[in-house]
Ligand binder design. Structure first.
Ligand SMILES: NC(=O)c1ccc[n+]([C@@H]2O[C@H](COP(=O)([O-])OP(=O)(O)OC[C@H]3O[C@@H](n4cnc5c(N)ncnc54)[C@H](O)[C@@H]3O)[C@@H](O)[C@H]2O)c1
Ligand SMILES: [Zn+2]
Ligand SMILES: [Zn+2]
Length: 404
């Protein structure tokens, strides 16, 4: 008798466990999904893996199952909230790859099962920016770092015990499931390996596009890259593809010198090794200045140096790094009068839905290597390690596997 009761108890327990696992993993179009998310509850404190509720997608939204995500320095700024507005609790993350789980009303271009990259800036396809060849600053879906809600109803799709958890950059990929506006989703080749191409959803496309689409160096030109993290090294890769004759990499982290060689950087300069302002050092190395520069540090002093180190008459500087919200860029107007150009870009001027599938194809055809940007891997439960690697300057990109 005792054995019979015990066996039945085990059977009931096994059933309950199976139901719990099922609730976590099956697709449930139109229903709330409970899943794991890494929640940033306080500035600078380790993310907490929690079970959260993810509401179904509303009009023009899609719910994604994220399979791989990676860490970009922009996540770190908003987690630290030192130079940015604090907004907590929040689910960070914007560089990722996943699968469409369900779609909301009005979504016709995506369906469950599609392989996708969510992107922090969107493309409605209708506005003047989306219709312009020169802009990716969509009126409806352009990057908004302070908004923590969905635009459809001004509410969050994430909650825990009835309390809202804010979104980040419209993507919030540090969650097994997330809800994203369909205009912020690039549908990609179903054969593309998400553990690799996820890095194309922010950093690598941004850096490469900043050089190829915005700085546009001509063959044989010299290019300076400030900041040799993944974004800067992707900018260097862009310079190599464009046929730059010299690619001068500038970084305060001496260990970047070796890494940079793999990305076509021909000379490395560490500002710590010089007494003079770095723009003067670069000007002395290049007979008056480089033809193009791309800044990928987020440090406003480096931004000013990046501008002032380009040659007068034709030099073009491009800002990519995200500055502190109150930073001011100061330079003498004469630097502009002397025919230097200053530009800036989000996402390397790529339109996410129109252009990113093609960038993924370049990887598929082996015209673009992303593996060399991937220096670390961690399971989702160890996501805080990815922050440590980046803060110590050890990693370029750390891939976070959601089911590990
Ligand atoms: N505009 C966009 O669309 C966009 C997209 C992605 C990332 N970003 C920004 O690009 C920047 C780089 O991102 P990442 O993920 O490659 O970061 P990262 O931390 O991996 O790399 C930044 C590098 O800059 C170096 N650096 C910092 N201050 C410097 C200085 N004063 N002079 C020289 N080097 C300096 C660091 O040592 C580091 O190697 C960040 O500011 C990030 O927010 C912008
Ligand atoms: Zn990013
Ligand atoms: Zn638009």
């Amino acid at each position: 008798m005792a054995k019979y009761v015990l066996e039945n108890c085990f059977a009931v327990l096994a059933f309950l466990l199976a139901m719990k696992t099922k609730a976590r993993t099956t697709t449930m179009s139109g229903e709330v999904i409970r899943c794991k998310a890494a929640v940033a509850r306080e500035a600078g404190k380790p993310l907490v893996i929690e079970e959260v509720e993810v509401a179904p997608p509303q009009k023009m939204e899609v719910r994604l199952k994220i399979l791989f995500t990676s860490l970009c320095h922009t996540d770190v700024y908003f987690w630290e909230a030192k130079g940015q507005n604090p907004l907590f609790p929040r689910i960070l993350g914007h560089e990722a790859g996943g699968i469409v789980e369900s779609v909301g009303e009005g979504v016709t271009e995506l369906k469950p099962g599609d392989k996708v990259l969510p992107v922090f800036t969107g493309e409605c396809g209708e506005c003047r920016h989306c219709k312009s060849e020169d802009s990716n600053m969509c009126d409806l879906l352009r990057i908004n770092t302070d908004r923590g809600v969905m635009i459809n109803d001004g509410k969050t799709r994430f909650s825990k015990d009835g309390q809202p958890i804010y979104h980040f950059l419209g993507t919030s990929t540090f969650s097994e499931y997330t809800v994203v506006h369909s205009g912020c989703v690039a549908k990609i080749n179903p054969d593309a390996p998400l553990d690799k191409v996820c890095v194309l959803s922010c950093g690598i496309s941004t850096g490469m596009g900043a050089t190829l689409n915005v700085a546009k160096p001509k063959k044989g030109m010299s290019v300076a890259i400030f900041g040799l993290g993944a974004v800067g090294l992707a900018a260097a890769e862009g310079a190599r593809i464009a046929g730059a004759s010299r690619i001068i990499g500038i970084d305060l982290n001496a260990s970047r010198a070796n890494e940079a060689k793999k990305f076509g950087v021909t000379e490395f300069v560490n500002p710590k090794d010089h007494d003079k302002p770095i723009q003067e050092v670069i000007a002395a190395m290049t007979d008056g200045g480089v033809d193009r520069s791309v800044e990928c540090t987020g440090n406003v002093k480096a931004m000013i140096s990046a501008f002032e180190c380009v040659h007068d008459g034709w030099g073009v500087a491009v800002l990519v790094g995200v500055p502190n919200k109150d930073d001011e860029f100061k330079t003498l107007p004469i630097n502009f009068l002397n025919e230097r150009t200053l530009k800036g870009t989000f996402f390397g001027n790529y339109k996410p839905r129109t252009d990113i599938p093609g960038v993924v194809e370049k990887y598929m055809k082996k015209e673009l290597e992303v593996e060399k940007f991937i220096t670390h891997h961690v399971g989702f439960s160890e996501i805080n390690k990815a922050f440590d690697y980046m803060l110590k300057g050890e990693s370029l990109r750390c891939i976070i596997q959601m089911d590990a």
